[in-house]
Design a protein around this ligand. Structure first.
Ligand SMILES: Cc1cc2nc3c(=O)[nH]c(=O)nc-3n(C[C@H](O)[C@H](O)[C@H](O)COP(=O)(O)OP(=O)(O)OC[C@H]3O[C@@H](n4cnc5c(N)ncnc54)[C@H](O)[C@@H]3O)c2cc1C
Length: 397
């Protein structure tokens, strides 16, 4: 007989679905075999994107998790996508970035906002691991206030002409398209008159230049200069009828997923930093006993473990809401805020537990710290997430 308690235990089931466990295991095995620690260090030091490894991962069918089956994907599964990102980020956030560029930037945005023609042409390529987008939102003068972009898009017959500069364009040099937010009409109406144009990364007039910065070496972020770049009007995201309607396309599930993918990177990174510090604390002997037996170290690791557990719950609860098409803007902002701040804190805490060797390039902790620093800044800073949480919850309204 089904009891009230039975129904409740069903609703509160925290077990990961079987297919997600399998994807997780498959990703773990792939990471262990094709992305070993030594290689991740080598790619970080050499600033290398290992495309052949990425292609092997795609061959396992891992790129179709945000693409509907009718376009060659496995069906949209945001929860499973986050599990895969988390597992890759445990090795390296830089290695998770190209996966995100394909599955989230391209797959999610096309699935949510593309025209039928664009979906039919582009989504099968995403699912096959043959298409990556780089986000061209930020600009030299434009950070969080994205609706003030200065890059212009003008219609000339069946073509769009783009001029301007995009900054912090992660992976522009390995992407197929720049997902470019541009001012396409008068500035007076700030949130109207914006369009998203898919600009081929090899278009004439488009130049990609380096931008020195801390972290995510191998994928890097770049400057992208657009000088009279011409693309067909068919490259407007959603088709020509979506001209001047770009702002609305930035909202919705793709935006929720952007917050979640960074939270998944943060969780993976924090787990890796914690695991390394935990093991080290059990092995390093000072004052006649493993440092794990000194209370200060025990407390520090217990605190970090608690934080990571909370990060996991926040991420997967928000991912579950997004997956089920439930309202989740507050929960995704909370996850982004908590997980990204958490990763920055845990990666620093891990170094303090380990001590001097934590700063050595014989360990990975200094890389985790470098990569963690950007997480509370990118994809909507922690302050912007707090604004969103307070606004959505109508604080003071
Ligand atoms: C490694 C890295 C990768 C990136 N990748 C990409 C990418 O691929 N594509 C892309 O388009 N962009 C990318 N970015 C840019 C990133 O998304 C921006 O950094 C972010 O949008 C915030 O802009 P900003 O850092 O210029 O801060 P600004 O918006 O200039 O803000 C500066 C400071 O003021 C605070 N602030 C601003 N407005 C408010 C407010 N209203 N209330 C409270 N505080 C406020 C911010 O929190 C921050 O502390 C990347 C950045 C980095 C560092």
């Amino acid at each position: 007989m089904e009891s009230g308690n039975g129904a409740m235990s069903d609703a509160m089931n925290f077990d990961e679905p079987e297919h997600v466990r399998m994807l997780r295991d498959q990703t773990r095995r792939f990471v262990a075999e094709h992305m070993p620690r030594a290689k991740a260090r080598e790619w970080d030091r050499g600033n290398i994107f290992p495309r052949e490894v990425f292609d092997k991962f795609a061959a396992l069918g891992m790129m179709g998790l945000t693409t509907e089956e009718r376009y060659g994907g496995a069906g949209v599964d945001i929860y499973a996508t986050m599990a895969v990102i988390e597992e890759i980020a445990k090795r390296s956030v830089a290695l998770a970035c190209p996966y995100i560029m394909a599955v989230c930037y391209a797959g999610m945005n096309l699935g949510e906002s593309a025209s039928e023609e664009q979906k039919e042409t582009l989504l099968p390529k995403v699912a096959a691991g043959k298409l990556m987008f780089a986000y061209g939102l930020s600009e030299p003068n434009v950070g969080g206030d994205l609706a003030t972009v200065e890059t212009t898009a003008a219609r000339e017959g069946d073509e769009i002409v783009l001029n301007g500069a995009k900054r912090w364009c992660t992976g522009a040099h390995i992407a197929d398209y720049i997902f470019c937010l541009a001012r396409s009409g008068p500035r007076e109406e700030k949130y109207k008159n914006l369009s998203i144009v898919l600009v081929p990364a090899d278009a004439a007039g488009l130049t990609i230049t380096p931008l020195g910065h801390l972290g995510i070496r191998g994928v890097e972020t770049k400057d992208v200069i657009l000088e009279n770049v011409r693309v067909p009007a068919a490259n407007i995201l959603g088709g020509p009828e979506k001209w001047n309607k770009g702002w609305g396309q930035l909202a919705g599930r793709a935006l929720e997923v952007e917050k979640l993918e960074l939270s998944a990177c943060a969780l993976g990174l924090a787990e890796a930093a914690l695991a390394d510090a935990w093991t080290y604390a059990e092995e390093r002997v000072q004052f006649g006993k493993p440092i794990a037996h000194h209370q200060a170290i025990r407390h520090s690791l217990a605190e970090a473990r608690t934080k990571v557990q909370a990060m996991r719950h926040m991420l997967y609860h928000a991912a579950w809401l997004a997956n089920n098409n439930r309202p989740c803007s507050v929960e995704t902002s909370m996850a982004k805020l908590f997980c990204c701040e958490g990763a920055a804190e845990v990666s620093e805490q891990a170094i303090r537990v380990v001590g001097a060797y934590g700063l050595s390039d014989d360990m990975d902790l200094e890389r985790y710290l470098r990569d963690a620093k950007s997480l509370p800044i990118v994809g909507g800073s922690s302050n912007m997430q707090k604004n969103n949480i307070a606004n959505r919850l109508k604080l003071g309204a």
